[in-house]
Ligand binder design. Structure first.
Ligand code: F6R
Length: 247
């Protein structure tokens, strides 16, 4: 059984998921103008970010005092690479909402000293205080951030070897699978769980099994998202396809 604190909103499709998520995020930003937002990359939040840009342009919601921390970054891609999450965030959101660049944080995947970078990033998150609202997508293997199955529930920001299935899933953005990085820096599950509020989004049948496990499955490090059953303030916005195994 899902925990009572896990709020589940089932919507028709990707567009409705994006609109609902935008409503929640915009409300947070309007209520707390210096909120700290945790952000994700990948296909899932693209529609959400489009809604935020539209809203910023039409109603003027301000991001000038907002701070953001991203979940993860590939190791080995230059910042300017079209597939770096730095480029992704600039193109899909940051360049369009008037947020000061120095308020946005993404792990540095180009550093020479990865352990130092993990500490630096974890310290940034701590120095900002708690993340007010963390946006999550989910891998079809149940990963959150790039915490692949087997990742510790108490983990902080760390280096992770990407599973072959994750590299395959993300190969659609690259010329070939050989170009997909083999490692990433990711916030740990422990870091993610410290957020005050979590909003997990999922769309499509490829996510159905992971969503079923997240809501109804055993809480196990083999399905990292299952830990969300123990978070005090988590909302899932899932479309019918992603929810299809739960009915
Ligand atoms: C991205 C991230 C990942 C993705 C997940 C789903 O920052 O942390 O957990 O959310 O891999 O990716 P998409 O949305 O492309 O299906």
């Amino acid at each position: 059984m899902p925990q009572d604190n896990m709020k589940i909103i089932v919507v028709e499709d990707y567009n409705e998921m994006s609109r609902k998520a935008a409503e929640i995020l915009i409300k947070k930003v309007q209520e707390k103008q210096n909120a700290v937002l945790g952000l994700a990359t990948g296909s899932t939040p693209v529609g959400l970010y489009e809604e935020l840009i539209k809203d910023h342009q039409t109603t003027g919601t301000s991001y000038k005092d907002i701070h953001t921390v991203n979940l993860d970054e590939y190791i080995g891609l230059p910042k300017e690479d079209k597939n770096s999450y730095y480029t992704f965030m600039c193109e899909h959101l940051f360049n369009h909402i008037g947020i000061p660049a120095e308020h946005t944080h993404i792990p540095n995947g180009e550093t020479k000293d990865f352990l130092e970078e993990c500490d630096r990033y974890e310290n940034i998150i701590e120095s900002l205080g708690q993340v007010d609202l963390q946006i999550l997508g989910i891998g079809s293997n149940g990963h959150i951030g790039f915490n692949e199955p087997g990742s510790s529930f108490t983990g902080k920001t760390h280096i992770i070897d990407l599973k072959e299935s994750t590299r395959q899933a993300n190969a659609r953005f690259f010329e070939s699978i050989d170009e997909v990085p083999k490692q990433a820096i990711t916030m740990g599950v422990g870091t993610i769980m410290k957020s005050k509020e979590i909003l997990l989004l999922a769309s499509g049948t490829a996510k159905a099994e992971a969503i079923h496990g997240t809501i109804h499955g055993e809480i196990t490090e083999e399905l990292p998202a299952s830990i969300l059953q123990t978070h005090p303030n988590v909302t899932l916005i899932v479309d019918k396809d992603a929810y299809s195994l739960c009915e």
